[in-house]
Design a protein around this ligand. Structure first.
Ligand SMILES: CC(C)(COP(=O)(O)OP(=O)(O)OC[C@H]1O[C@@H](n2cnc3c(N)ncnc32)[C@H](O)[C@@H]1OP(=O)(O)O)[C@@H](O)C(=O)NCCC(=O)NCCS
Length: 253
């Protein structure tokens, strides 16, 4: 492959944003507050994404809400039900998306995001990196070994103020480099994002969508009946064969 990167290096992986070097390096304990902030801000963006944008991707939910409206109208014969119920549905979707995503955040913050050192930096098959721009942490990504041949890309997130400048791509490349050096044959990941950014980034890195789970159970979800009605997401599974990857030494822009 003609590519060699150190296993857990300190300061490799420079990319460019407006002429400035974006450094991708391993996590250090002092990065923890910035990593937690970027991760939680990124997760909070998922609330409106899931509640509103997600709706048009779930015709089965739209059908259910339309049926509920018709039944309520048939029972009450009040025209205002036609206007009120869809508004209530939108509010409930926001409420349950917020509740599930907060649950997920709480779980992550009490596990790997609380003990980043222990969860990512002490195991030889895992690592967490940060992207640094002018001394400031602006992005994060992690890799977790799932088996002898497969590593999972996790926790990809870039500070909103530094997006569309190649930071996410540089972080993704770091995970691919890690996979090569540690002799993993495939890199996998999953995402419930409805915004195109994450999907386009992964496709640009060379990942292919290998499956979609509709009605995915988000970790931390309570799965009550109302939650299942008003919070429904698709989970896209992506995979990349390391041998076929051409994105390891290519620059971004
Ligand atoms: C997804 C995310 C990590 C992308 O980070 P980024 O630093 O903005 O991405 P890059 O600038 O490196 O973009 C790399 C490629 O991804 C695609 N891309 C990224 N953001 C995009 C957007 N908003 N619209 C269209 N394409 C986009 C493009 O193909 C881009 O290549 P190009 O600039 O040559 O066209 C960032 O938007 C983010 O943190 N989102 C919130 C958290 C999230 O969704 N994480 C993934 C959950 S699994």
């Amino acid at each position: 492959m003609g590519y060699k990167a150190p296993k857990k290096d300190g300061n490799k992986g420079g990319k460019y944003e407006n002429g400035q070097i974006v450094l991708v390096r391993e996590f250090q304990p002092a990065d923890k507050p910035a990593v937690q902030r970027i991760f939680s801000e990124g997760l909070m963006e998922m609330i409106p994404d899931t509640a509103f944008r997600g709706l048009k991707h779930h015709p089965e939910s739209l059908l259910l809400y339309a049926t509920m409206t018709v039944i309520c109208f048939a029972i009450t014969m009040c025209w205002w039900v036609i206007g009120l119920l869809p508004a209530a549905v939108v509010c409930l979707r926001y409420f349950y998306s917020r509740r599930v995503i907060h649950g997920y955040l709480r779980q992550a913050m009490s596990r790997d995001m609380e003990d980043i050192e222990g969860c990512y930096m002490k195991s030889p098959g895992s690592c967490l990196w940060v992207a640094v721009l002018q001394g400031k942490v602006v992005g994060v990504v992690a890799a977790v070994g799932r088996s002898a041949s497969t590593v999972e890309l996790q926790r990809m997130c870039v500070d909103q103020r530094h997006r569309r400048s190649g930071v996410g791509f540089a972080l993704g490349q770091k995970v691919l480099e890690f996979a090569v050096v540690n002799r993993y044959s495939s890199v996998v990941l999953g995402t419930t994002a409805y915004t195109p950014a994450a999907h386009l980034l992964y496709q640009r890195l060379g990942f292919h969508c290998v499956g979609v789970t509709n009605g995915y159970v988000t970790p931390g979800a309570r799965q009550s009946l109302l939650e299942r009605i008003f919070y429904r997401v698709r989970h896209h599974h992506y995979s990349l064969n390391v041998k076929d990857s051409k994105k390891l030494s290519n620059g971004h822009h």
